[in-house]
Design a binder for this molecule. Sequence first.
Ligand SMILES: [Zn+2]
Length: 227
Amino acid sequence: MLALQERDLAVAAVQKDLDALLPEEAVLDAELAAQTKALDDAQAAVGSAETRRQELEARIAGYKQMQERRRQQLEYVRGAKEAATMMAEIDMARGVLVKEEAEFVRSADWVIEAEKKLKDQVKAHAAVVALQAEARAALAERRGAIEARLATAAEARAGAAEAVRSQLLVRYERIRRGRTPVVLVPLRQDACSHCNTAVPLQRRQLILQGQSLESCEGCGVLLYVEE
Ligand SMILES: [Zn+2]
């Protein structure tokens, strides 16, 4: 059973090596995620610049139509005062239209600018992917090697478990799933070396004689005597 515990500790150690890779992998993932987000943002910016341009175009077309209608109405207006009001309206609308058209011209620049930024982001993203390739390959190789060690350790563990009587194995597994990191703990003087709870003389003798496997009353681990 001590051999089984040793195997379990070996498996845990390899698992720890595997977990130790996670921060390095996380750094790469975070870097790539940030770059991907920048790329998505740039893509969205192109979309909204194009939308803005289309909206302006549609609005200008609408203004032009309204202006045309005013001009037509002006032809039928008879009163001088009414005509003056209409003329003022047309003038004002013309001013608005001039502004909107200037904005439309600028909007073309926004689209070009956004597209340029997108191009830069595509390049930057590709650069990060290329830059990470080596580090990711190295990490994958390390992970593969550790996983192979883990498989070997797990196999050895399974072998050791087979050597333990099933009744004891059940007990061992139950304790292992509990809070203590180890299942078998040596007696230190007359106490459990895990939690320091004193073990009564009678039980100590049973343990010493190897007649039964006693568990600690304090923490529940199985006690044994070190050679
Ligand atoms: Zn104990």
